[in-house]
Design a protein around this ligand. Structure first.
Ligand code: GUN
Length: 287
């Protein structure tokens, strides 16, 4: 039997439609900073700008030369922090090779009130302290939570196994799941006997970055499988899960594309609205 398809396109369309009146009222503006011409980044950014336009949100693609220095990029960040018309902004990753080692410094420079990716220490720290998303949660894990909520899939008491421990997906998602009463196991490149652990998962999240890494023999029959992978194989977007095989084993699965990707964009837009609401209430004293 084939698994239920967890469509991020459908879920994000419903969530964004409900958000549209608020966007009309608050008029937030999103800026996406791109340095250089990474083809993957160009395609994600196109999607972000298109989705913003579809819900009537103002957005701007700030495309900078790949030769830009760290100082120039930090000065752009400072300019966006100071611009009262900019509600939120992101610096699309990866950056060109000479800037990539400075990503922590660049993220640190972004005002937490405008950090709509939710990558900075303030917004990541808030994930620890609050189940509710009253801050700006990291976009991809928050999108996964919203997707499960949309499909009314409970997580309390479930064994959630996350493969991948990045600061922007695996780690914050583990905390979000814990906050929702799941039992969580986080696996990574040094984990021994990986498939013995993934096979215990009621909900299996693959955030590894290796195409088709999760094979059928790693999945428990009836599990829910969330694929965060976005590798390009022969120009085709490919997930971390061997979809064709695993869809016959799982009870529900996200496709790639059309699963987690649209939920990340949805979270980004939702964060922008939240940022504008907070800026209007002048919550500065809470930071
Ligand atoms: N690169 C891939 N996904 C993302 C994302 O969600 N935000 C940023 N800033 N860069 C990315």
């Amino acid at each position: 039997m084939s698994a239920l398809l967890l469509s991020g396109r459908e879920a994000s369309a419903a969530i964004l439609a409900a958000l549209k009146p608020k966007i009309g009222k608050l008029d937030p503006k999103l800026v996406v900073v791109q340095v250089g011409d990474d083809p993957g980044s160009s395609s994600y950014i196109k999607q972000k700008i298109k989705s913003a336009a579809e819900v009537g949100m103002r957005s701007e693609h700030c495309h900078l030369a790949s030769s830009m220095s760290l100082e120039e990029l930090l000065s752009k960040v400072a300019e966006l922090n100071a611009d009262p018309d900019v509600t939120g902004f992101i610096v699309q990753l990866p950056l060109p090779d000479h800037l990539q080692p400075h990503v922590p410094e660049i993220i640190r420079a972004i005002d937490p009130k405008k950090d709509v990716d939710g990558f900075g220490a303030y917004n990541l720290g808030k994930v620890f302290l609050s189940k509710e998303f009253e801050h700006l949660p990291p976009a991809t894990p928050a999108g996964i939570i919203m997707l499960l909520e949309y499909y009314k899939i409970p997580v309390a008491g479930k064994h959630v196994v996350i493969v991948g421990r990045s600061n922007i997906v695996g780690k914050p998602l583990a905390v979000m799941m814990l906050n929702r009463d799941a039992t969580v196991t986080v696996c990574h490149s040094k984990t021994k006997n990986l498939s013995a652990i993934t096979k215990q998962a009621d909900i299996l999240v693959a955030a590894i970055g290796k195409p088709k890494f999760i094979t059928g023999d790693m999945v428990k029959p009836g599990a829910i499988v969330i694929d965060v992978g976005t590798s390009r194989v022969d120009g085709k977007l490919t997930g971390d899960v061997d979809f064709e095989v695993v869809q016959e084993i799982a009870s529900a699965i996200t496709p790639v594309p059309g699963g987690v990707g649209p939920m990340t964009v949805c979270s980004l837009i939702k964060n922008c609205v939240q940022a504008k609401e907070r800026q209007m209430k002048d919550m500065q004293t809470n930071i």
